[in-house]
Design a protein around this ligand. Structure first.
Ligand SMILES: Nc1ncnc2c1ncn2[C@@H]1O[C@H](COP(=O)(O)OP(=O)(O)O)[C@@H](O)[C@H]1O
Ligand SMILES: [Mg+2]
Length: 429
């Protein structure tokens, strides 16, 4: 655990980058510092490994003030990752990864075997070991940067905008990689980004900073999305925060209804309801609807019935040509559908839960959905139990009473026992 107490940093030219910062960065978690350019994120991060010394206040690591820990010890125990990996261009991938072990005096053989092990860990082929950074893609360079930071098995990883130079797809892979490593290796990670979406995806704890190195709000991603403390935070987390907050509500437990599946769009009879067209493996391909003849309508987005979030369900429903979100099993087979109405009902229940969690301020607000936000000063006192314990309280994952148009609900393991395969036979006969 890293603790900042009233930490300030004023540079020699008089710029105050960080001002009276109080901050706790818990062990074995990912803390993300996010904020506009120049708000003091890098300064804050570099005070943790003593690349920069504060001008006032104190920082401690598990209770020990940083000045009592030797810089070399700190650097060994704190891996550091920067944009594009910050690799040495004239050293091979292998030598880059071996940087810290070499400084520590490890034997060549030990360093080398550690480097090869790390290449696999970050998902790179060992054949890349002798390449130079310029011979790698941006994403590969970034993976090498992560491998290099992990070389001496540090306790803590400091990452300064590590993924800002790569495209969104590679970025998502790298985010997944780091989250996976964190889960597997149990590292404490402090990461900087200027991208609020990345902060919300990566952070167990998110710290939103404003210029001058002051904290605007600190909390879990869903706390911040659900209850931004002021206009600055609300503006920073963006207009679609209600939608993004659904990222933290699981889809598992939503009522997945059965739907008829067919092998070809042409086999849907006039007057019948829409059916999902599947391939030989039962994987959905698109929609068939008699009104559109034999045209295969686009499938829209699908969601994984057991692992995805409410956001994915709503997205799937909104992108479906027939207003039904298509659920798939982990094998990719069709699991069933969730109607847009049921998805929105789950959203409504989640809003209610959040309101209960935050007490009466939200629960008592007029239900035109446009209630002014509550006075930030009162929020802290309201984090207790729901204001009205007798009020009905439904878990997001709890299926509501089935609506009449739902034919059956598959068991919670997501299997649709009498599902696609049977229907397929039915449709084919
Ligand atoms: N070495 C320095 N000397 C003077 N000012 C600096 C120095 N490093 C950073 N700053 C200033 O401190 C503020 C915070 O910088 P920084 O911590 O790099 O912000 P961020 O990483 O959030 O973009 C900025 O105004 C920046 O210009
Ligand atoms: Mg910076």
């Amino acid at each position: 655990m890293i603790t900042f107490e009233a930490v300030s940093k004023t540079y020699r030219d008089g710029t105050t980058a960080v001002s009276e910062l109080d901050l706790v960065l818990p062990s074995d978690q990912v803390s993300v510092l996010v904020g506009p350019s120049g708000c003091g994120k890098t300064t804050t991060l570099q005070m943790i490994n003593r690349m920069i010394e504060p001008t006032a206040g104190s920082i401690s690591w598990d209770g020990t003030p940083l000045p009592q820990i030797r810089r070399t010890t700190l650097r060994r125990q704190m891996g550091y990752v920067i944009q594009s990996g910050g690799l040495f261009p004239h050293r091979t991938v292998l030598d880059n990864i071996c940087t810290v072990p070499t400084l520590l005096g490890w034997s060549r053989a030990r360093s080398r075997s550690r480097a090869l092990e790390l290449l696999s860990l970050v998902g790179l082929d060992r054949s890349l070991a002798q390449r130079f950074p310029a011979q790698l893609s941006g994403g590969q360079q970034q993976r090498v940067g992560v491998a290099r930071a992990l070389a001496a098995d540090p306790v803590l990883l400091l990452m300064d905008e590590p993924f800002s130079a790569v495209d969104p797809v590679v970025r998502a892979d790298l985010q997944e990689l780091v989250k996976g490593l964190q889960r597997e290796l149990g590292k404490t990670i402090v990461m900087i980004t200027h991208d609020i979406d990345e902060a919300m995806i990566m952070g167990d704890q998110v710290v939103i900073m404003r210029v001058g190195g002051r904290i605007a709000q600190m909390g879990t991603p869903d706390e911040i999305l659900d209850r931004p403390l002021d206009d600055f935070v609300a503006g920073f987390v963006g207009r679609d925060r209600g939608y993004r907050a659904l990222t933290f509500a699981p889809a598992a437990g939503l009522p997945v209804a059965r739907i008829r599946s067919v092998r070809s769009a042409a086999s849907v009879a006039t007057g019948s309801s829409p059916a999902v067209v599947v391939d030989g493996e039962g994987r959905p391909l698109g929609w068939a609807d008699a009104a559109h003849g034999s045209t295969l309508l686009p499938l829209g987005a699908t969601f994984a019935a057991e692992t995805d979030t409410l956001r994915a369900v709503v997205d799937a429903a909104l992108s479906s040509p027939v207003g039904l979100a298509v659920a798939v099993q982990s094998s990719g087979r069709l699991a069933g559908v969730v109607s847009a109405a049921d998805a929105l009902e789950a959203v409504r229940r989640r809003r209610l839960q959040v309101a209960e969690r935050h007490g009466s301020a939200v629960a008592a607000a007029p239900d035109d959905g446009d209630a002014p936000s509550a006075d930030p000063a009162t929020l802290h006192e309201e984090a207790g139990p729901p204001a009205d314990p007798a009020a009905p309280r439904q878990e997001v994952g709890h299926p509501p009473t089935p609506s009449p148009d739902r034919r059956t609900t598959p068991p919670p393991d997501g299997a649709a026992p009498a599902g696609p395969a049977d229907d397929e036979r039915e449709a084919a006969s």
